[in-house]
Write a protein that binds this ligand. Structure first.
Ligand SMILES: Cc1cc2nc3c(=O)[nH]c(=O)nc-3n(C[C@H](O)[C@H](O)[C@H](O)COP(=O)(O)OP(=O)(O)OC[C@H]3O[C@@H](n4cnc5c(N)ncnc54)[C@H](O)[C@@H]3O)c2cc1C
Length: 445
């Protein structure tokens, strides 16, 4: 072999080695890619199956409107193995509460998404709001839960108080992974769970006063022609036939001024440099038997506001509510006279409207591996009744479904903490949004 032949043989050898090497690289890359792909597909499928199968036990304390709506959210999340709902009140006491609830359009949409059928609930519509009584609403939600029992293990324990003893009696293996505390503004369940009851109290930049009147001579009736919806039928009820548990739509009046000259207060003599703010806003709501009134104005330093905030004469406020009621009540409703006035209870003076919200509104109980969230009036409450309080509670529940989903599918504690942190953020946001715009939408518009 001469030198040229040897060179070309060497080249051929080199290029075949190179080809072999390239093929090896391709093969290795391909098999690595395939292995990674298989790993990803298997992992995603296993995760998917795990997430799909993940189910947790949920305990809801309190069967008020918020607790029962929370129960529906839990059912809807599809992640509940066992749901227990309790209330210290027995069924009759729970369902005969006289207050009305006014569900605003956002709450109506939220409830529609949970499968609430307003056509099958006693109540009435006015300005896209749905008005019903708390008891009627709770009874309806309880009936939906009853239907869901076929698919999920649901236990409704009425007449059962949540106490340390109750907790102790839950067998270890049956401990819930999630507890939703919705025990209202007077509930003490948080302290049973060792959760701080510190509140942050913040001004809503408004002043207000409330009045209630119970007129025992009035039945819980609708006394004027108004459309009601019952079992899918729109009907008009008249004074003679109507006797329903349903409340009347609310009445609103704006820019009110009061003549308080009889009490030595002349509002026309405001100091020159004072900016005279718009007047008061009035709302009348409830049934004819249980009438509620709310009077509010944006915070200002006007002479009338100062006078009403500091007066020691409680008759002034009573007189304002008396005159306002008679001026704005429905035509067919009896006027408030000296006799009925006697049954009216009202704030002695104008007070600053404050929102109290819990410093700790979600928590993790380490040893027991339980995530707790606090909802409704147990989480945030106003010192002023606007007639729309329940909507604030329902806003908080808008993040409950995601919270349940994330907690149920959590791989470890960190995932649970992430779910809790998102819940805490949302709860804070709900309070802040209400403080900024809540009174404007419920009272001032
Ligand atoms: C006079 C009045 C008029 C109102 N008018 C209106 C209105 O017109 N419109 C409106 O939207 N809202 C109105 N509200 C507000 C409305 O009632 C509340 O917003 C709503 O009830 C709050 O719901 P919740 O589920 O958070 O609490 P709640 O309704 O208070 O329910 C809490 C439940 O928890 C139970 N509970 C407490 N402790 C325990 C325990 N340890 N174990 C087991 N169960 C327990 C209680 O028995 C109760 O049933 C009014 C309120 C009042 C007082």
């Amino acid at each position: 072999m001469d030198g040229v032949d040897m060179e070309s043989a060497g080249d051929r050898f080199n290029s075949s080695m190179e080809e072999k090497y390239r093929a090896l690289v391709y093969d290795t890359a391909l098999s690595t890619l395939l292995a990674v792909l298989v790993y990803v597909v298997v992992k995603v499928s296993l995760d998917g199956i795990r997430q799909w199968r993940a189910r947790v036990s949920v305990l809801i304390v309190g069967s008020g409107p918020v607790g029962l709506t929370a129960a529906l959210v839990a059912v809807r999340s599809g992640k509940v193995l066992k749901l227990t709902v309790l209330d210290e009140r027995y069924r009759t006491a729970l369902l005969c509460r006289p207050q009305q609830i006014a569900l605003d359009p956002r709450s109506v949409n939220f409830l529609l998404g949970l499968g609430v059928d307003f056509d099958n609930m006693e109540g009435c519509w006015h300005n896209d709001h749905f008005f019903t009584k708390i008891g009627v609403f709770q009874e309806y939600l309880l009936s939906i839960l009853e239907q869901k029992k076929q698919k999920i293990d649901i236990k409704v324990q009425l007449g059962t108080k949540f106490t340390e003893d109750y907790l102790r009696r839950i067998p270890g293996a049956e401990w819930p992974r999630i507890i939703v505390v919705a025990d209202g503004s007077c509930g003490e369940s948080c302290s049973v769970l060792g959760i701080s009851s510190d509140y942050i109290v913040e001004s809503c930049n408004a002043y207000g006063a409330n009045a209630t009147i119970e007129r025992l001579d009035q039945r819980q009736c609708i006394l004027f022609q108004m459309p009601i919806q019952k079992h899918n039928k729109l009907a008009f009820v008249t004074p003679s036939t109507a006797c329903s548990k349903v409340p009347t739509p609310e009445i609103k009046a704006h820019s009110l001024y009061f003549d308080l000259s009889a009490y030595g207060m002349d509002a026309t003599r405001e100091p020159r440099n004072s900016v005279v703010k718009p007047g008061f806003h009035l709302k009348i709501y409830g049934t004819f038997r249980n009438r509620y009134m709310a009077l509010a104005c944006p915070a200002s330093d006007s002479k009338m506001v100062r006078f009403l905030r500091h007066t020691a004469n409680s008759a002034i406020m009573k007189n304002i509510f008396h005159q306002s009621f008679n001026a704005y009540k429905t035509d067919i409703e009896p006027r408030m006279n000296d006799l009925t006035l006697h049954h009216m209870q009202c704030s002695r003076r104008l007070f600053e409207v404050m929102l109290s919200h819990r410093r700790v509104n979600a928590a993790y109980i380490e040893g027991d591996n339980v995530a707790v969230t606090i909802e409704g009036e147990a989480a945030r409450v106003l010192n002023f009744d606007t007639g729309c309080g329940v909507n604030l509670g329902l806003r908080g529940l808008e993040s409950l479904g995601t919270f349940i989903y994330k907690t149920a599918t959590a791989l470890d504690q960190n995932d649970v903490f992430e779910a809790l942190s998102a819940k805490i953020q949302h709860s804070k946001q709900v309070a802040e949004t209400f403080r900024q715009t809540g009174l404007a939408s419920t009272m001032f518009e």
